[in-house]
Design a protein around this ligand. Structure first.
Ligand code: ADP
Ligand code: MG
Length: 386
């Protein structure tokens, strides 16, 4: 894989696929700018090396049409603030008018193209669309690791049209994630939480054979509890996954699942709540977090680990009453002397909210991409760079 650092970018139009898929609130303000901050070193590198920088990204799911609320203007504004530079923003991402704008760029200037997914050809990995994008640059850089598990035009088809290189983020993600997969300092503890076990079962299977300990929390642990025949009340569960989960080695001593839980009949956090040991969960109750005994157990395992991989919250952390377990796991990892690798959209949003992103060895920009990479799948966007 060739790196952006291996070439002379001076005076060249460098077309960079980035991931500016930020969360917006109802007023269109950016809720969490972790992804924008993460890309700044790449842009700064290109500016310092006198490149003409052209950024392209998707935002949300406009499904191939122009959706006013999904224009990249709020991103432009944030970027201009952080870089302390004017950023040019176009009204589309392809076409003659855009080509003209791009040809006027001077070295060190930065231009942001409009949302790629306003064109349905992007997600269809359309070759002609990729060719149109490629007209804008002389060199292509993929620095959108988080999108590299998608076979989309700006990630895959485009490499047929331009010399392609990995950006600084992509490079770093691949290096660090490969290291923890190949020869991690041991013991290796893997903590998996979040909503759906179906999205993470491949990862669980892989690490059951490779990690020294696997800790499961969040709603996905409910499905495991159910597979073990435990009552889980009205908790969130993926019924259709129970069969497959039963086929895992659930009695493996490496596998740790919650021994107690925080329950309530009301997930708004306003109703009565309490701690229930697993096995004593009422029919009307919902499991909304891991309990204090589980926090202690998980904390011990984390403390003794030399490498920790964490993906997925331990409970319904968006409600303050149910964020304690996620908070405890985060703190345990922060205070252990281990190499910590963390990822997941909600997990990183939680860390960003607390200002803890810098306290981890590596916070991945990839949610789904990180999961697939760690599960041993090949990412089309990364393969395309080889
Ligand atoms: P990530 O994006 O970090 O990989 P997921 O997308 O898998 O995480 O899951 C995150 C969601 O899981 C959060 O919105 C959280 O509220 C939810 N969740 C976790 N545990 C529970 C639970 N016990 N009950 C309901 N929702 C839960
Ligand atoms: Mg998520």
């Amino acid at each position: 894989m060739k790196s952006i650092r291996d070439i002379n970018v001076s005076n060249k139009r460098v077309l960079v696929r980035v991931d500016f898929n930020v969360t917006l609130d109802k007023q269109g303000n950016i809720v969490d700018d972790f992804r924008i901050k993460a890309i700044l070193p790449t842009i700064e590198y290109l500016i310092e090396n006198h490149a003409k920088v052209i950024l392209m990204s998707h935002l949300g799911k406009p499904d191939g049409q122009v959706v006013e609320g999904l224009r990249l203007d709020p991103v432009r504004e944030k970027l201009a603030q952080y870089l302390n530079l004017p950023i040019i923003k176009t009204q589309d991402c392809i076409g003659e008018a855009i080509v003209e704008q791009v040809l006027k760029l001077l070295p060190g200037e930065v231009l942001l193209l409009e949302n790629l997914r306003f064109h349905k050809e992007e997600e269809a990995n359309d070759n002609k669309f990729a060719g149109e994008l490629a007209r804008l640059g002389e060199v292509y850089v993929n620095d959108a690791f988080a999108v590299s598990h998608r076979k989309h035009a700006s990630v895959v088809a485009i490499v047929k049209h331009l010399p392609a290189y990995a950006g600084l983020i992509s490079e770093k993600e691949i290096r660090i994630l490969s290291e923890v997969l190949e020869d991690p300092p041991r013991p290796l503890a893997v903590i998996i939480g979040g909503a759906k076990i179906s999205t993470k079962i491949k990862l669980i299977k892989r690490f059951l054979g490779f990690a020294d300990n696997i800790l499961l929390g969040g709603a996905l642990a409910n499905t495991v509890l159910r597979a073990q025949g435990m009552a889980i009340g009205k908790s969130l569960i993926e019924e259709e996954m129970v069969g497959e989960v039963k086929s895992l080695r659930l009695t493996d001593t490496k596998l740790h699942i919650p021994v107690d839980t925080v329950v309530s009949a009301d997930k708004t956090g306003k109703g009565k709540m309490g701690v229930a040991p697993v096995g004593k969960i009422g029919g009307d109750e919902l499991i909304l977090d891991i309990g204090p005994e589980t926090e202690k157990l998980f904390g011990e395992v984390i403390k003794s680990a030399k490498t920790v991989i964490w993906n997925g919250p331990m409970g319904l952390f968006e409600v303050e009453q149910f964020e304690h377990g996620t908070d405890a796991v985060a703190r345990a990892i922060i205070s252990c002397s281990c190499r910590s690798v963390v990822g997941g959209g909600e997990t990183t949003a939680f860390l960003a909210k607390h200002g803890w992103v810098d306290k981890f060895f590596h916070v991945s920009t990839g949610g789904g991409a990180m999961l697939e990479f760690l599960a041993g799948e090949k990412l089309p966007g990364i393969e395309a760079l080889k």
